[in-house]
Ligand binder design. Structure first.
Ligand code: LR7
Ligand code: MN
Length: 578
């Protein structure tokens, strides 16, 4: 039914344009490229004859569901209407040889039409939504390295075919120093057919983060819209994004990202009721909005959804605002964490992030990256995340490092500029962000704290004047307060309990998060219940040594672990497990 209504709407648009401009419209005789080029030539001015689009409010109109790929020339073509495509019999080898080009089915991408139609997967109400007539224009920025040629073409054509011409200032293709010959030989020539498409060839590999900024630097639209290079924009995708930015220039608007199957190129819609979130250490994820919450707040499927973080690849942002925020940290390399950086920055420095369910863009999800990393892949990605953690996470970076202890000693680079930027933008704390934007995340700054009781002794540890002893437990005693941190230190104020020898006494020393020899593993090894009364195992020794009460001298020592010995069992006052 969606298809039919769009078709007639498209026809309506076409008639108005035809009568106004008296020029030839995209038709059956043209090929995919000519059709897109001719759509590009249209000027979609709103006028009074556009009756179904004009609302009671003369400043607004119904969202334009333009789609120049309707009435597809070959309805039977493989992949048409977003259907799954099949590898023809006998071509399996050809297809599998191409798998590593992209880690998605490049063979089928070549087989399906460059301008195939896809189902209008927008939720109910979206095609009736009103948007302002004076929406800002946008520059589309698409960076790529060695993208499959047909996939890149399809991405560009989907923008041209399904975006109102007057809002599309330009499409900037940033070639991140691709190595493939086809991108050198005929990319420029092909794209010249579209006056709005500009190609920027980088002279060295920048990685997607600096490549996007290079594109932004030459953009002239009011709004920047970033897209990956393996996407298909759905009907009416653009205006709902621009509308949100228009309402508030500090809003960053993301489409719902539909799935284009890596295996068969089918276009699959996803559930709209999902937020973009992160889990520790700093991984992006989707979190469904619980049904009770939807019901209680009467959330419609077409309502914008505020998100703690965005996926990263597909979003619109006011161009000037992007620069006010200092764009991305230019020290971020190749891939990763830039979505966290911009998300934290936007929220903490006065902006907002939303997913707009009425804007749908398909993206080819894949399991591996086909391109090489100039330096070691893992190191590059981890280094990026350290930069973001150091600048934005405040005291919560301990949680991050709790998962990535090995990165503590990685030697933090100079982040003065990024920290200065945060200061000059007057940004709020990460604590504020967690409490106000992402209250449902579990983020205790320590894993356990309070008194530390020995199970056999039934007494609590205290530290006074750099000496250790035991006394009756008193939760109000300052001397009995200990923290068990994410970095697995047993900490009283800034003093850490430190094993000194294999068998023997303990020392107290000022805590140093980077010192691996003072970490204690405290988890139940038998019940698999994390963090209950249990042993503290010295972590850096291969032989299992445990924290123990020396009964005779009523003090502490380390001894070989004996998991039935309750003089080696300890319990904190509070545990912060989920
Ligand atoms: O060195 C590079 N230079 C590039 O130009 C590496 C990549 N790129 C291009 C690449 O061709 C592609 O167009 O950058 C784009 C993104 O790279 P992908 O497609 O390999 O990344 P992805 O889709 O796996 O990863 C997601 O996270 C990235 C984190 O750095 C980026 O933000 C991607 O844009 C982002 N993609 C999405 O948000 C789509 C939804 C994925 C999810 C969840
Ligand atoms: Mn991608």
């Amino acid at each position: 039914s969606h298809l039919i209504s769009n078709k007639s709407e498209n026809a309506l648009t076409a008639n108005i344009l035809a009568s106004k401009r008296n020029r030839k419209l995209p038709g059956g005789q043209l090929n995919a490229v000519e059709r897109a080029a001719s759509v590009e030539g249209h000027d979609l001015n709103l006028d009074e004859s556009w009756s179904t689009h004009v609302s009671k409010d003369p400043a607004m109109h119904k969202v334009l569901s333009l789609d120049a790929t309707m009435s597809p020339r070959d309805p039977k073509a493989p992949g048409q209407f977003g259907r799954a495509a099949e590898i023809p019999k006998g071509k399996e080898t050809n297809a599998s040889l191409r798998w590593k080009d992209a880690y998605f089915n490049a063979y089928l991408s070549d087989l399906i039409p460059l301008d195939r139609a896809i189902d209008d997967t927008r939720p109910e109400g979206c095609s009736e939504q009103m948007v302002h007539n004076d929406l800002p224009t946008t520059s589309i920025i698409m960076c790529f390295v060695d993208e499959v040629w047909s996939t890149l073409q399809r991405s560009v054509l989907s923008v041209l075919n399904r975006s109102p011409h007057h809002l599309l200032k330009e499409i900037i293709l940033v070639d991140d120093f691709s190595t493939k010959a086809y991108l050198k030989d005929y990319l420029d020539k092909y794209m010249q057919k579209f006056p709005k498409v500009r190609v920027l060839h980088l002279k060295e590999r920048h990685g997607l983060i600096r490549a996007r900024v290079a594109g932004a630097n030459i953009a002239t639209g009011d709004v920047l819209t970033f897209l990956d290079s393996h996407v298909e924009c759905n009907v009416g995708w653009l205006e709902p994004l621009l509308e949100r930015v228009h309402l508030n220039r500090k809003k960053l608007a993301c489409p719902v990202i539909d799935i284009i199957s890596d295996k068969d190129m089918s276009y699959i819609t996803v559930d709209s009721y999902q937020r973009g979130i992160f889990t520790w250490p700093m991984n992006f994820g989707w979190k469904p909005i619980p049904l009770e919450v939807i019901k209680k707040n009467k959330i419609k499927e077409s309502d914008p959804i505020r998100c703690p973080v965005m996926a990263g690849g597909l979003f619109s942002i006011d161009r000037k605002y992007f620069y006010e925020l200092g764009t991305y940290d230019p020290g971020l390399d190749v891939w990763g964490s830039e979505n966290m950086e911009l998300s934290f920055k936007v929220w903490m420095c006065g902006g907002e992030i939303e997913i707009i369910p009425c804007s749908k863009v398909g993206h080819v999800f894949r399991k591996h990256q086909p391109y090489s990393f100039p330096k070691d892949r893992i190191q590059t990605i981890e280094r990026n995340s350290v930069r973001v953690a150091e600048v934005w996470l405040d005291e919560y970076k301990e949680i991050f490092y709790g998962y990535y202890t090995h990165l503590l000693s990685s030697g933090v680079e100079d982040l003065t500029q990024q920290k200065e930027l945060r200061k000059s933008l007057n940004c709020k704390s990460f604590k504020w962000y967690l409490e106000n934007v992402f209250p449902d995340i579990h983020a205790p700054t320590v894993r356990a704290n309070g008194v530390l009781a020995n199970v056999a002794l039934g007494q609590c540890l205290f530290i006074q004047n750099f000496t250790i002893g035991f006394e009756i437990c008193d939760v109000f005693s300052q001397n009995q307060q200990f923290n068990y941190t994410w970095l697995r230190l047993i900490k009283h104020e800034n003093i850490c309990i430190t094993p000194v020898e294999l068998k023997g006494t303990l020392a107290l020393q000022p805590c140093d998060n980077r010192d691996n020899s003072i970490r204690w593993l405290h988890k139940s090894l038998i019940t698999f219940q994390p963090l209950l009364a249990d042993h503290f195992v010295v972590e850096h020794l291969s032989q299992k040594m445990c924290l123990e009460v020396d009964r005779a001298r009523k003090t502490l020592r380390v001894n070989s672990c004996n998991f039935t010995n309750s003089y080696q069992k300890w319990q904190f006052g509070n545990y912060y497990t989920e």
